[in-house]
Design a binder for this molecule. Structure first.
Ligand code: SAM
Ligand code: SF4
Length: 329
């Protein structure tokens, strides 16, 4: 299994399928000028499926989430899902997407074996969406969400990031909309993982602020800690339940001590933490004839070195070189 020196066991694998995206969220990417990975550097579909198979059959991984960049841009996505769904033991499969184009693919993804989706949506206002993502695709995302729900990719979760001065006041509106549509909403604190290294603590809307603005309109009851498990989100029952809202306070209330994640970048690097500054190359071993057992061993070594925490609260914290879009969010 994928154990580290603090006794944590990683069973949740995030696979980045591409570093490219069709949106340009201001907290993630610059408008232009990002260098994309070249085709030869990207893992092929076969290589991805092989690594997922090694993770599932030799390393105890139980959950696999496809992400990016924008994973729906990966031409072989449905095939990758189908082949991963055929693995024994069968991992739970999910996808994090911006939802653009999901309307066209939701049913095929469900048929291929995808269990769930998380769709990122930060605002209900089309003009704010355009300012945040630099693209006019708000309507596509809403349609993608509906298609995911109708296809049975449930529970459909919505991820929202709030930015001061842009959509900081939208939390109650987003929650009312999510409740009305049967989506489970989670807010994510803005993290220093943007490609342009422009994150400032003062721009971040904190978990505390989000909860205060929700509490003005809804009665929130904290779910017991025991219900949280390894999830980075803390949850609150809304108006007595059964619906709930989550907050991922990665910056102000990190949950590193229970982290169960391991990450594979689109170019075949293992990262033991979103905030790690080191990566371990598996692509070299894959392409030079490494056996499954050798690759599994390198993966174990990469995870063994996982640090206790993200280091975000340490004044010496240095943002990782690669942005969230390249690591896989
Ligand atoms: N493109 C897909 C999407 O947007 O859902 C998948 C990749 S994206 C990097 C994954 C998640 O990371 C999204 O929910 C996005 O809002 C979030 N994200 C990106 N940059 C972030 C940042 N600097 N801080 C917090 N969350 C961020
Ligand atoms: Fe693209 Fe997702 Fe980053 Fe937005 S958050 S730019 S949708 S990768």
């Amino acid at each position: 299994m994928l154990l580290d020196t603090y006794g944590r066991i990683a069973t949740d694998l995030r696979v980045s399928l591409t570093d490219r995206c069709n949106l340009r969220c201001t907290y993630c990417m610059p408008e232009e000028g990002l260098q994309w990975l070249g085709k030869p550097e990207l893992l092929t579909d076969d290589e991805i499926v092989r690594l997922v198979r090694i993770a599932v059959t030799l390393l105890g991984v139980k959950d696999v989430r496809f992400t990016g960049g924008e994973p729906l841009l990966r031409p072989g996505l449905v095939g990758i899902v189908e082949r991963c769904a055929a693995l024994e033991p069968r991992p739970k499969l999910s996808l994090t997407t911006n939802g653009v184009g999901l309307e066209r693919t939701a049913a095929a993804l469900h048929a291929a074996g995808l269990n769930r989706v998380n769709v990122s949506l930060d605002t209900l206002r089309p003009e704010v969406f355009q300012a945040l993502t630099r693209r006019k695709r708000h309507h596509d995302v809403l349609r993608g969400l509906e298609a995911a729900r109708d296809a049975g990719l449930t529970p459909v979760k919505v991820n929202g990031v709030l930015i001061r001065g842009v959509n900081h006041d939208e939390a109650p509106e987003l929650l009312a909309w999510a409740l009305g549509n049967g989506y489970e909403l989670r807010f994510i604190e803005q993290m220093p993982l943007d490609a342009q290294h422009g994150w400032q603590r003062s721009d971040m809307v904190t978990a505390q602020e989000i909860l205060a603005s929700l509490a003005a309109r809804f009665a929130l009851t904290p779910e017991p800690d025991a219900a949280r498990g390894h999830a980075p989100a803390e949850h609150w029952l809304v108006d007595g339940g059964p619906y709930r809202v989550g907050v991922i306070a990665s910056v102000t209330r990190p949950f590193c001590r229970a982290c169960d994640r391991t990450r594979l970048t689109a170019d075949g690097q293992i990262r033991n933490c979103l905030f790690a500054r080191e990566e371990s190359d598996l692509r070299g071993a894959l392409r030079s004839g490494g056996s499954d057992e050798e690759i599994a061993e390198s993966w174990k070594v990469a995870m063994w070195g996982k640090k206790a925490g993200s280091g975000l609260d340490d004044p010496s914290f240095l943002q990782p070189e690669r942005p969230m879009s390249a690591i896989g969010g």
